[in-house]
Design a protein around this ligand. Structure first.
Ligand SMILES: Cc1cc2nc3c(=O)[nH]c(=O)nc-3n(C[C@H](O)[C@H](O)[C@H](O)COP(=O)(O)O)c2cc1C
Length: 167
């Protein structure tokens, strides 16, 4: 039997929630990473992925000028960097330089891969859909990479941006 509650109380039951890091270059060429929980695969053939980015975030400017982005699955070891990317704005920070996060060039798009991630997907913007206070970007995957070493993925495991590996 179900009990009707406030939206927020029901939303709190969603954990663990996967997180990804999307990276797009801004107009100065700086690669700007953003941590995102709201993401999904959107098509299997061709493979497409979707991310929901809040309208005021600097990442919007970066994605809209470069029309491509990497989606990385952070590894459990990347919790500190993921929190930093998710709490600082690229407007006034070079987040990759500040965290010392290791990167390598993407192969098919003008962005970077995160070397210590579990996997990286290179995406070309296919379409965008306004959704309330967020914009959903749908990207067509044009290249995919996995870590040569087995790594555990990082999730949000409880409210308040508590990050960790899923149990
Ligand atoms: C675990 C976690 C999940 C997040 N999920 C989202 C999300 O799905 N969409 C979003 O717009 N912001 C999300 N954020 C917030 C952004 O990552 C954060 O506001 C970031 O500093 C914006 O960076 P930018 O201004 O460089 O774009 C999340 C943050 C954290 C820590």
């Amino acid at each position: 039997m179900q009990k009707q509650v406030e939206y927020a109380e029901a939303v709190k039951t969603k954990y663990p929630e996967q997180i990804v890091i999307a990276i797009a270059r801004d107009k100065s060429g700086k690669a700007n990473p953003i941590t995102l929980g709201w993401t999904m695969f959107a098509s299997g053939n061709p493979l497409m992925m979707a991310i929901a980015v809040a309208a005021g975030h600097y990442s919007i400017q970066a994605i809209e000028q470069s029309h491509c982005f990497t989606i990385a699955y952070p590894s459990a070891e990347m919790a500190q960097a993921a929190l930093y990317f998710g709490s600082h704005s690229g407007r006034d920070t070079d987040k990759l330089a500040e965290t010392g996060c290791r990167t390598e060039p993407a192969k098919q798009i003008d962005s970077v891969l995160l070397s210590d991630a579990v996997a990286n997907f290179e995406c070309v913007e296919e379409s965008r859909v306004p959704a309330g206070d967020h914009i959903i970007y749908i990207g067509r995957v044009v290249a995919a990479h996995i870590n040569a070493e087995p790594r555990k993925r990082l999730y949000t495991i409880a409210p308040g941006h508590k990050l960790g590996p899923a149990l």
